[in-house]
Design a binder for this molecule. Structure first.
Ligand code: SF4
Ligand code: SF4
Ligand code: SF4
Length: 227
């Protein structure tokens, strides 16, 4: 290969690497852990004002601010340290932009607790322990099988981490948190519709004439033209 051709290849390769790097920085990491209630990543990035109010509000310091190395698009957005989050929801309450959806704690799925039978003292029959069951009083996601062995109901578990923080055998790996499927939320309008879809109670149909008369009545009242 002659030297001018080699130079050309080196220049092109360099441009590809630099371009790829810049594109990567501009695009950013798409898997940054976000605070509870965060919308799906695209919606979250579009709404987040980078105001850092959530970071300031977080008492356990579970939130930090994304830097340039996390990608240009992420700079200034909050990043969650899931181990420190106690799901107090202060960040959600203070967020002015809707980037963090005002969902209730029981709708969060920040992970799923996993009990490891090979390390849990109860399963190992060393002694009876139900610390995790007691820790999960709020969601009642851990019950005792055969009145002895703790079992996690993955549907009910919100990933709050209370059981993990209290497990006396945590260091030995008796309990861990699977955080591979953290739930992200749709923007409020879609969520409202989704909630309507999931309504279980029957809504009695109202005849159109009755519905219209009631609406006209209300409008007349609002505009002060009701006799
Ligand atoms: S829920 Fe509470 S602890 Fe968790 S990130 Fe938000 S403010 Fe911090
Ligand atoms: S409070 Fe809301 S808008 Fe402000 S940085 Fe946090 S997530 Fe973004
Ligand atoms: S993570 Fe929270 S909700 Fe899930 S089992 Fe543990 S204490 Fe219960």
């Amino acid at each position: 290969m002659n030297s001018s051709r080699r130079k050309l290849i080196q220049v092109v390769a360099g441009a590809v690497i630099v371009g790829g790097g810049l594109t990567g920085i501009a695009r950013g990491s798409s898997d940054l852990p976000r605070p509870p209630g965060a919308l799906t990543e695209e919606e979250f990035l579009a709404r987040c004002q980078r105001c850092m109010r959530c970071v300031d509000a977080c008492q356990p310091a579970a939130l930090s601010v994304a830097h340039l190395t996390d990608g240009l698009g992420n700079v200034g957005t909050p990043v969650l340290n899931i181990d420190k989050c106690i799901q107090c929801m202060d960040c959600v309450r203070i967020c002015p932009s809707g980037a963090l959806s005002k969902v209730s704690k029981k709708d969060l799925r920040m992970g799923v607790a996993v009990i490891h039978e090979s390390a849990c003292v109860t399963y190992l029959k060393k002694r009876r322990c139900k610390t995790c069951v007691d820790a999960c009083r709020e969601f009642k996601a851990i019950t005792l099988k055969d009145r002895r062995y703790p079992v996690v109901d993955t549907e009910k578990c919100t990933g709050c981490g209370a059981c993990l923080r209290r497990c006396p055998e945590r260091d030995k790996g008796a309990l861990s948190m699977d955080i591979t499927k953290i739930k992200r939320f749709d923007p409020p309008k879609d969520r409202f519709l989704a909630q309507l879809d999931s309504r279980t109670e029957e809504v009695a149909p109202v005849p159109f004439g009755e519905w219209l008369a009631k609406r006209l009545d209300t409008l007349a009242e609002v505009y002060g033209i009701k006799k």
